[in-house]
Design a binder for this molecule. Structure first.
Ligand code: TTP
Ligand code: MG
Ligand code: MG
Length: 418
């Protein structure tokens, strides 16, 4: 069974759906000249070939080699009696796994993220294949973020290997400060990163990719026409494969072509809201603030079922859905470097009546199993007389995960009260 609808919300104190709010904000500034606003310097920092670079720290003998990190179960390197390690080669791989990432030496053969490993093996048969080690990547993620946080207070986590940093307070010194951040990241981790420094998040994200690896790309508003407009429209974060294909069908490939496109024509394909955003984005306009984790009030995931579910008959499905929601909430917390103390559930029944229950834990957690246990406690307090159409899990009272405890996974059955 497939979910009809799966929603994720990272709620901020300002409330509302973040994307919609951001769209209306950017639209509203178009009438006020950017020059009147205080000049902002926003950095986007992204680690270079992150997972692969962490592996090279573990296995320095592979430095400079074409190395591929694969998803799924893969053979670990084998320590030989002479102390050297034997690594699996791509040519020996059989299976349906995909490339998670690759070193720049492997990318020279055309091997990139999301490619099937067997296809990649045809391009680079002698390259080395390693399994992913998420624990190590999480540790290095924390290390590089901490190194930046020691120097710059306004940081937004956007993924395991990337952050936005507001460097506006440094004024003309922002480029030199960005170089200092790169050095601090290297000192803390032994890893290189690339930084894009621009007047806003949208442009900074585009720029961090322009001079990888070990890049520092500075973009002034007057450089947009020469440096940004020639790039493909899909380089804008928010223009996915579907929009890219639709734009291509309209003859729009570059960001510059999008900036000059007829708005009426775009509206017929994309509607008012997305067209407004596309146009602003192509002009390099984006007013979203760098939002620190402290500003996030709650993290939630919910799912509406394809058909209404009965508590007893569909117990296995409900248990599976609940577990999946808790895993996703834990993943969101991890991504934003957060933990929470108050765990809540939401149930909407066939007649659209809704109930919520929550429980506050003795200490904050970001652990899926602990969240799951808490949701089960909440479920015990719900009368089940009607079929369920929606199930949601929320965690609030958020804090830094260093104040949290990770607990052992629960073995107990889900929905014990049912
Ligand atoms: P990215 O920052 O997109 O890629 P990267 O760091 O490997 O390379 P680049 O130098 O171009 O930034 O992603 C960060 C990590 O996320 C990456 O090392 C592996 C993981 N990842 C996946 O698991 N699947 C994917 O499709 C992508 C793109 C990344
Ligand atoms: Mg990266
Ligand atoms: Mg990244």
């Amino acid at each position: 069974m497939h979910d009809q609808y799966l929603a994720a919300t990272i709620a901020s104190p300002r409330g509302g759906k973040p994307n919609r709010r951001e769209v209306s904000l950017t639209a509203s500034v178009s009438s006020s000249p950017e020059s009147l606003a205080p000049r902002r310097w926003i950095a986007h920092l992204d680690m270079d070939a992150f997972f692969a670079s962490v592996e090279l720290l573990k296995y320095p003998e592979l430095r400079g080699e074409a190395v591929v990190i694969g998803g799924g179960r893969l053979q670990q390197p084998v320590l030989q009696p002479d102390g050297t390690r034997q690594f699996a080669r791509m040519r020996d791989y059989v299976g349906r796994g995909v490339v998670t990432t690759s070193t720049y030496a492997a990318r020279a053969f055309g091997v990139f993220s999301a490619m099937g490993i067997m296809k990649a093996a045809r391009l680079a048969p002698d390259s080395i294949l390693l399994p992913a080690d998420f624990e190590a990547y999480r540790e290095y993620s924390t290390r590089f973020k901490q190194a930046v946080a020691n120097l710059a207070p306004v940081i937004q986590n956007v993924g395991i290997d990337e952050i936005y940093i507001d460097l506006s307070e440094h004024g003309d010194g922002a480029p030199a400060f960005a170089a200092r951040l790169k050095a601090a990241v290297f000192d803390a981790t032994g890893l290189s990163c690339s930084i894009g420094l621009a007047p806003n998040k949208l442009l900074a994200k585009i720029c961090s990719d322009l001079e990888k690896p070990d890049g520092l790309t500075i973009l002034h508003p007057e450089d947009i026409a020469t440096r940004v407009w020639p790039l493909p429209a899909k380089k804008i974060n928010g223009i996915g494969p579907k929009a890219t294909a639709k734009l291509a069908a309209m003859g729009i490939v570059t960001i510059g072509e999008l900036a000059q496109a007829d708005l009426g024509m775009l509206r017929t394909q994309f509607g008012d809201l997305y067209t407004g955003w596309l146009h602003q984005a192509a002009l390099g306009i984006d007013d979203r603030p760098v939002q620190t984790s402290r500003e996030t009030k709650s993290v939630s995931r919910e799912t509406t079922f394809e058909r209404d579910l009965q508590v007893v008959r569909d117990r296995a499905v409900l248990s599976e859905k609940l577990e999946s929601l808790c895993t996703r909430v834990a993943g969101d917390l991890d991504k934003h470097a957060l933990a929470g103390r108050t765990v809540g559930i939401k149930l909407r029944f066939e007649d659209f009546s809704t109930v919520t229950r929550d429980i506050t834990l003795p200490s904050a957690t970001a652990d899926a199993a602990a969240i799951l246990r808490a949701t089960r406690d909440c479920l015990r307090r719900v009368p089940f007389e009607k079929k369920i159409r929606l199930l949601g899990v929320r965690i609030s009272t958020l804090c830094d995960p260093s104040q949290s405890t990770r607990q052992a996974p629960a073995q107990a059955e889900l929905f014990p009260a049912l």
